[in-house]
Design a binder for this molecule. Sequence first.
Ligand SMILES: Nc1ncnc2c1ncn2[C@@H]1O[C@H](COP(=O)(O)OP(=O)(O)O)[C@@H](O)[C@H]1O
Ligand SMILES: [Mg+2]
Length: 304
Amino acid sequence: MNNPLQTGDATRAEARVALVTCRELPLLEDDDRLVIEPLARLGVRAEPAVWDDPDVDWSAYDLAVVRSPWDYFYRYAEFLAWAAAVDRLANPAAVVAWNTDKRYLRELAAAGVRVVPTTWIEPDDVFVAPEGDYVVKPAVSAGSKDTGRYGPAEAGLAAAHVRRLQDAGRLVMVQPYLPAVDTYGETALLYFADPATGELAYSHSIRKGAMLTGPDTGTDSLYVPEAIEPREPTAAEFEVARQVLAATPPGLLYARVDLIPGVDGDPVLVELELTEPSVFLGYAHQAADRFAAAITGRLNRAPR
Ligand SMILES: Nc1ncnc2c1ncn2[C@@H]1O[C@H](COP(=O)(O)OP(=O)(O)O)[C@@H](O)[C@H]1O
Ligand SMILES: [Mg+2]
């Protein structure tokens, strides 16, 4: 079948796009739904599709855009196999495999990016509590799940958290708690592919308030609620984001660079989100149009 957007053929089918989500959010987050209407204006029918719903025919879509499959880390191998089996996935399956495991932070650090200092604890390693306040989190996770903050008086709770993750065979990350997140917050810079060039172009940014109040209590919710507002990044933040994206695989539909000021005040990378970032379309003028244009550009560039 020809790509319907490349022809003027009046008999052509409407392009179809799946917005990939999970069972707990079968209709997507409200913010992700904001892209549906601009896509419709561009002649593209977009609809939610649950990644592990056996009734979905992924081959019926011209593109599947990963949005909110936030339960994937419970069945990580299954999720990666699903991604690899979807022909036209954005971001691509190889990127999803690389980016859902925070070991990519090591590669970015090796490429010269300022990354939050991290100690990696394998399932057989012995955990020694660091000084000061610190964060314990798994290398594969999303939505602040299984992530906790600890102080000098909480070494026992931290050790129990690390042990719980180790017992589940998970790689554990321990990082100094960056206190600037409590005041300045976290800056997330959003980039969408330029429909003309396919290269990532800056769209907008948000500020996210601090997420960690204390030890991990094993919350049952899909993700921890976030306090979001628009933000204009500093020149230093733009520069770190530029370095991050320069060290990242090409061919991306979207990227989110999450930064927190380090102890010297300069931004450090906490997370590069190429898989399931909230893209905060409701927080910037025409962000939904830019995301829709990026998706349409991808349809034109990658005929089925
Ligand atoms: N080293 C850190 N210092 C302060 N806050 C942190 C640190 N690491 C994570 N956090 C907080 O925890 C949240 C979730 O951690 P993150 O690494 O982004 O994982 P994910 O979003 O994949 O769950 C961040 O948004 C931030 O608020
Ligand atoms: Mg994050």
